[in-house]
Design a protein around this ligand. Structure first.
Ligand code: GCU
Length: 612
């Protein structure tokens, strides 16, 4: 079936923002050369490679954008060169440095990475980009002795065009990665997770045609379940082209022409589309083509919205049977980064009979959302606006906005992603609420098709010690009322749950974004012994009983799927640098509470299957 629709003149604001940020969407599906593997590294705590002895940065000189450690080799025996990447040790990329070298376990500072590469064949007219899945926290990138640019933020992709900077052989790519924490940073100084540093995700050399499809959004037209809307953004000299979108599996094809800014919007009926849901995670092969480029993706189509206190997936009420996950492979004790890591973590969530995961507290790698698409898990994605951020600092706000923009640009075509979260456990002040409101506006302007939330705070009541109140002013701007509660762990013993009542200000779906208790896997005692599996098990049982009493309870993501490293957890022979609130231990073994949560989710699933 062939449809011709003229390009709409108006450039959608969302695409304007994403275009401004520059996009190289779905990089993993493009022709690319992987730079993963061993990189030579120089550990540089005093940043000798970046600042001169007057602490002036080398790469901001009037005539040079080179830093000091630029892979220079002595011309002869008398030339003084006091570093050598060739003779330096190596680290694996992708990977954090903390879990790769004992000496770097606690290291926070700069490490210089160097990778040599040749680019023998690139089609004439093609463009070349160096693409980073992420680097924690600040990355200064140089190629052949020249600065390409800098990226700040440890959990979102970035890239630089190197078409005119690359040579056929002997290219030297150097990245200074600095994971020092900053008061004005996002996250700020204090977190309850390990500050893994390094080139933590894949590095690719991505080749594209001269004019390529930089960004696209494919989804159901708002308010429909049988019309598809596609927005495409071209990048390159030939902005005005014919673009087509094909869903061969459904015999659907539509086309349009891009306007002067390279944007086209296409809309067409798709009556026979199979909607995506956790029960049936239907994905469709979608091919977007222009006259100069083509890109393929596997995309699911679904609607998500709230109605009163209900969450509706494809217009049916749904309970979010969830679990929180950190981006860590507990057995490796390091950052997770691969498809295999994603399959392991999300596989455990499926074993729990979960249909929802909260990826805490920062954007996880792209494989997580793609594997969640496949396995049928709805996803909550979050940016690390965590605890006490510098609310009045404009640069901090800009940083949070750019992380949110980069995340949405990367994952906006993932059916699994149903919630954008802009914060976790942030203290209630007017500046904070203003800051978070700005983030909500940013998210809504970029993507109006998903729910917006944050993990909010709960407080007590002077008159009634057993009353818990949720009236965070920020709740006015979110689609869900989500909050963390630790009754029975930080707040009393599990028995306390029986006498707690809730006052929740907003008539919106309530999603408990955290509850939990530490338990050392394999340690068994009575249910009142802290850190025993029995204590955690008992707390899960009693918390579920307590939460059932909240009329608008529509979801939960207990803290947390697996034990994870945290420098805040120092109890010897129990924590030893690990937060032990996982339902799965550091060794991958399940704790007793795992079965408690699973049987609750089985019950919820059976009840939903029986219908109202
Ligand atoms: C907090 C926080 C988590 C933390 C957890 C805990 O609520 O959001 O990041 O790890 O509680 O104390 O274990």
């Amino acid at each position: 079936m062939k449809l011709r629709i003229l390009a709409l003149a108006l450039l959608p604001l969302a695409l304007a923002r994403l275009e401004a940020a520059g996009s190289l969407i779905n990089a993993y599906s493009r022709q690319s050369l992987s730079l993963n593997g061993k990189w030579n590294v120089i550990v540089d705590p005093y940043e000798t490679g970046f600042y001169d002895y007057r602490y002036q940065p080398y790469d901001q000189g009037p005539d040079s954008t080179a830093a000091f450690f630029m892979d220079h080799r002595p011309a002869d025996k008398s030339e003084l060169v006091e570093y050598s990447f060739d003779r330096s040790p190596t680290l694996m990329v992708p990977g954090d440095w903390n879990s790769q070298a004992e000496k770097l376990f606690y290291y926070e500072g700069s490490v210089w990475y160097r990778r040599l590469f040749d680019i023998r064949a690139s089609r004439p007219g093609n463009r070349l980009f160096v693409y980073f899945g992420a680097a924690n926290y600040e990355a200064d990138v140089y190629l052949n002795g020249k600065k390409l640019g800098r990226h700040v933020g440890g959990f979102t992709p970035f890239f630089f065009e190197i078409t005119n900077a690359v040579k056929p052989v002997g290219n030297s790519l150097i990245v200074k990665v600095d994971n020092k924490r900053h008061r004005e940073g996002v996250p700020t100084l204090n977190t309850d997770w390990w500050n893994y540093g390094g080139l933590t995700r894949e590095v690719l050399l991505v080749q594209t045609p001269g004019t390529f499809i930089a960004q696209y959004h494919v989804g159901l037209k708002a308010g429909t379940r049988d019309r598809i809307e596609v927005t495409v953004q071209l990048d390159g000299p030939r902005k005005q082209q014919k673009v087509t979108v094909t869903l061969a599996g459904l015999g659907l094809k539509a086309e349009a022409r891009t306007d002067a800014s390279g944007v086209a919007r296409i809309e067409f009926p798709a009556a026979q589309i199979r909607l995506w849901s956790p029960e049936r995670p239907a994905l469709h092969d979608v091919v977007l083509a222009s006259e100069t480029d083509q890109i393929a993706d596997r995309i699911g189509f679904r609607t998500i919205k709230t109605a009163g206190t209900d969450i509706l997936l494809n217009d049916k009420p749904v309970f979010l049977r969830g679990i929180c996950i950190h981006e860590e492979n507990p057995m490796r004790g390091g950052r997770a980064y691969s498809v295999e890591d994603a399959r392991m973590l999300l596989g455990w969530a499926k074993e729990l009979n979960a249909n929802f995961v909260r990826l805490a507290h920062y954007p996880h790698n792209e494989h997580m959302a793609r594997v969640a698409d496949e396995l049928g898990l709805m996803v909550w994605e979050e940016i690390p606006v965590y605890w006490a951020i510098q609310w009045e600092n404009a640069d901090t706000l800009h940083l949070a906005q750019s992380q949110l923009t980069e995340l949405i640009a990367r994952d906006q075509n993932r059916a699994s992603v149903v919630v954008w979260s802009v914060a976790n456990e942030t203290p209630i002040t007017a500046e904070r609420t203003r800051f978070l409101k700005t983030l909500v506006d940013t998210a809504r302007s970029l993507d109006g098709s998903r729910l917006i939330s944050a993990a909010m705070e709960v407080h007590g009541d002077k008159q009634n010690p057993d009353l818990r109140i949720v009236d965070d002013p920020f709740g006015e701007f979110t689609d869900l009322v989500s909050f963390n509660q630790y009754i029975g762990w930080y707040d009393g013993l599990p028995d306390k749950t029986a006498r707690i009542s809730w006052s929740i200000k907003y008539k919106k779906p309530v999603v408990i974004s955290e509850f939990g208790a530490d338990a050392l896997q394999g340690w068994h005692a009575d249910a009142l012994t802290r850190f025993s599996e029995e204590y955690q098990e008992d707390l899960y049982r009693k918390t579920i009983t307590m939460l059932r009493k909240i009329p608008a309870w529509r979801g939960v993501t207990p803290w947390i799927l697996a034990d994870f490293r945290s420098p805040r957890r120092v109890l010897p022979n129990v924590q030893d640098g690990w937060n032990r609130k996982g339902l799965i231990g550091q060794n991958g073994a399940k704790k007793r509470a795992f079965a408690v949560l699973k049987s609750f989710y089985d019950e919820i699933e059976q009840r939903a299957a029986r219908g109202p």
